[in-house]
Ligand binder design. Structure first.
Ligand SMILES: [Zn+2]
Length: 332
């Protein structure tokens, strides 16, 4: 079994499993079971270049929505590798506008627009200010992609391709529905709800958010980038899963400011314990800690404090809130 898949099996939560079994039982007797939420880690890296870890990106399949949270460089390639395309994505949430969390926003919007041929709904986008201004500066008439968009709308060859994809001229501009959100805001969909929380990161230069996603089969909190804080503990309280930045080895921060903005693995252990989550998923991993023995030491030290499950996140790790049962040993 691949290590990624094996680690995924460790995410089993007995309570969530029981809930899932109850729902499966309910199906046989009539009421329809909720489709389990599926989570794919698209990018578990940092701003540092890496061939194994792309920058931040997470995919949540919940109800009839396909939600991405953050879309840093490389995350879109991982989206394709996960079996989805830009046109499948219905909602995009951004925690903050550091480039390693938003640099492929343009790719997501433009490929969705181009391939969607005006046959799909506009993308719903949520994030802190200035996400609206960023959107205008990218896709507006005078924006970075203004000339490209104009050419694709007006040149006959592009119109022909657009029609071949099923579009009806005149072609519309890409127009994501952008809503700027702040801590305390709530976004609701069919069978899911996102609550916006505050991350502690690089304020006041960037507003930094965290998100809690509640679905019918449980809850997951994604902190974005954050050091330890009471706000994160409250947002994540009781979640089945906490996806948390785990940037570096505790004790090696170059300054107190760095630790306050990024936290460390011992801070994360305490956050997970205080919040009472069932599974802690570690992401935003620097090469410093992404090595044999170091990663096992980190997981071990976290488990000295936090008695839930710990998942060492990898790009394309797939998780459910219920985890996966341990399979029987196969005979030969
Ligand atoms: Zn950041």
């Amino acid at each position: 079994m691949k290590r990624r898949a094996f680690i995924g099996t460790l995410a089993a939560s007995s309570t969530a499993s029981a809930l899932l079994n109850q729902q499966a039982g309910a199906t046989a007797q009539g009421p329809k079971a909720a489709k389990p939420m599926k989570i794919t880690l698209l990018g578990t890296g940092t701003p540092a270049p890496s061939l194994t870890r792309q920058s931040s990106g997470f995919l949540f399949e919940v109800g009839d929505a396909l939600i991405v949270m953050d879309h840093g460089p490389g995350a879109h390639q991982r989206l394709l590798e996960s079996g989805h395309r830009a046109v499948d994505v219905t909602h995009a949430f951004f925690t903050h506008l550091h480039y390693d969390h938003c640099m492929e926003y343009d790719r997501l919007v433009l490929q969705r627009w181009d391939q969607g041929a005006d046959k799909i709904a506009d993308l719903n986008v949520y994030g802190p200010p200035p996400i609206k201004r960023m959107t205008d500066l990218l896709f507006g008439d005078d924006g970075v992609y203004g000339p490209d968009i104009r050419a694709r709308i007006q040149h006959q060859s592009s119109i022909d391709v657009f029609k071949a994809r099923g579009g009806t001229a005149p072609r519309k501009r890409p127009a994501p529905n952008v809503r700027e959100v702040h801590p305390g805001d709530v976004v609701e969909g069919k069978g899911w709800k996102v609550t916006v929380g505050k991350a502690t990161h690089v304020q006041p230069y960037l507003e930094c958010l965290a998100y809690r996603l509640d679905g019918e089969d449980g809850s997951v909190c994604y902190t974005g980038d954050s050091g330890a804080s009471d706000e994160i503990v409250e947002l994540a309280r009781g979640c089945d899963m906490l996806i948390h930045m785990n940037h570096y080895f505790s004790g090696t921060a170059p300054s107190p400011a760095y630790r306050a903005a990024c936290g460390n693995h011992k801070d994360n252990a305490l956050t997970a314990k205080r919040a009472g989550v069932k599974t802690l998923v570690l992401t935003h991993v620097l090469a410093q800690i992404d090595q044999p023995r170091i990663r096992e030491q980190i997981v071990h030290e976290i488990q000295q404090v936090f008695d839930g499950k710990v998942v060492w996140g990898e790009d394309l790790t797939q998780l459910t809130l219920a985890g996966s049962p341990i399979a029987n040993i196969e005979g030969y």
